[in-house]
Design a binder for this molecule. Structure first.
Ligand code: SF4
Length: 396
């Protein structure tokens, strides 16, 4: 979404007029994501829709990661120009302007973009209600709501790519190794945003944990510089891979204690060390749980989010139980649950022992139900487990 805004600003800044009427447009930009099969299906539907409705002379540009993650699918969809995530400069040839596209920084999300996600909109409405309640009664809402992005958040893209080699990940194919935005450029953006009244600065990066590795710096160096910016604001960071959280924790701690960092997302993915090894993710589950619990208990960080994946190839009931058990042991309060999908060209796609799709879906649904009841509904363990067990029966 951030890159869509960068493209929009570049085109509008160059005198191009925006229209939502596909029949009128001379140039149609379809932004895609293909990290999951569901997102890829949505992208294919959008491209087909545009192709069916556009003027015969109109050019179709497909931006985003579909062209890198599943080029075969894209090729079958007819004539278009592909602009992969690291090729955004191509717009200067497709739609020339006196400006450089790099002049336009991706840093905000419009309401209509949030409106495309029902889950986001539901959370945003809930957050708005709690904001009003807090103003009237002083009672704060649940901490996890603080991680829900709002239209009054200022987004900064801190980096592209990562240093991971996770066996299931399609992002790496699309975005490659870490490419950090420069410290001065980031700080300048934050100074401007804080001066304009933004109170939450949210960092977007495939893995902000390794920010700066290509510049001889680390995330603590970035925080140190940001802490010098005058004004009242806090940071939300997504994502910080657990490997980097553990490696840098001593250096990051002062910024957790000072309240500069209000929230972050550390995707744990699995509670089973055996599965993490198959995923090629390099950290100890016990250490991540202990550290994140400590951060919540002892620092000013309000909320930590995480991601869990159900049904990775070879996941046995025992592995799944370890993931399920994380919800009880961890103070992380915002969880996103996915089921494993073999994405094109990833090493895990070639693994044997794939989990049956019905079992994968049930494991995901069970985790989701448990999160809603135990974390968001705050029901006691015995009650939430009773309800989940009645609905899903024994774990499969
Ligand atoms: S660290 Fe994140 S973005 Fe990088 S390969 Fe692993 S899952 Fe993908």
């Amino acid at each position: 979404v951030l890159e869509v805004n960068q493209i929009r600003r570049y085109l509008c800044g160059g005198g191009y007029q925006e229209t939502v009427d596909k029949k009128q447009a001379d140039l149609v930009v379809v932004s895609t994501c293909a990290v999951t099969q569901g997102y890829e299906d949505e992208a294919v539907t959008a491209i087909n829709d545009v192709t069916g409705k556009k003027k015969s002379t109109a050019k179709v540009v497909v931006s985003g990661c579909l062209s890198k993650i599943n080029p075969a699918v894209l090729k079958a969809l007819g004539e278009h120009v592909a602009v992969a995530p690291l090729e955004i400069d191509k717009f200067e040839t497709i739609a020339p302007s006196s400006n450089s596209i790099r002049k336009f920084v991706p840093n905000s999300v419009m309401l209509n973009e949030y409106q495309q996600s029902k889950a986001f909109m539901a959370a945003i409405r809930l957050k708005s209600v709690f904001r009003i309640l807090k103003r009237l009664t002083g009672i704060p809402g649940p901490n996890w709501l603080s991680q829900i992005p709002m239209v009054d958040w200022f987004f900064v893209r801190g980096a592209h790519g990562c240093m991971g080699k996770c066996s299931y990940c399609a992002i790496k194919r699309a975005r490659g190794s870490i490419r950090s935005y420069k410290l001065d450029d980031i700080v300048r953006q934050i100074e401007g945003a804080v001066a304009a009244g933004y109170k939450t600065i949210s960092f977007a990066g495939d893995d902000m944990g390794c920010w700066g590795a290509d510049l001889g710096l680390d995330l603590a160096d970035l925080f140190k510089e940001i802490a010098t910016v005058k004004g009242e604001f806090c940071l939300d960071i997504r994502f910080v891979e657990p490997h980097w959280l553990l490696k840098l924790q001593d250096k990051l701690w002062p910024f957790f204690e000072s309240g500069l960092v209000a929230s972050f997302n550390a995707p744990i993915q699995s509670g089973s060390q055996r599965i993490l090894k198959l995923m090629r993710r390099d950290y100890s589950v016990e250490d991540v749980v202990a550290t994140t619990n400590d951060v919540i208990k002892r620092t000013e960080v309000k909320s930590i989010g995480s991601i869990l994946m159900a049904g990775f190839p070879g996941e046995e009931v025992d592995d799944y139980m370890k993931t399920y058990d994380l919800l009880k042991r961890s103070k992380i309060d915002l969880w996103q649950i996915f089921q494993y999908e073999g994405r094109p060209g990833t090493p895990s796609e070639k693994m044997e022992n794939k989990v049956d799709s019905r079992v994968k879906a049930q494991r995901r649904d069970r985790l989701e139900a448990k999160v809603k009841l135990a974390k968001y509904g705050k029901l006691p363990e015995i009650v939430s487990e009773f309800i989940v067990h009645r609905r899903f029966g024994p774990i499969v």
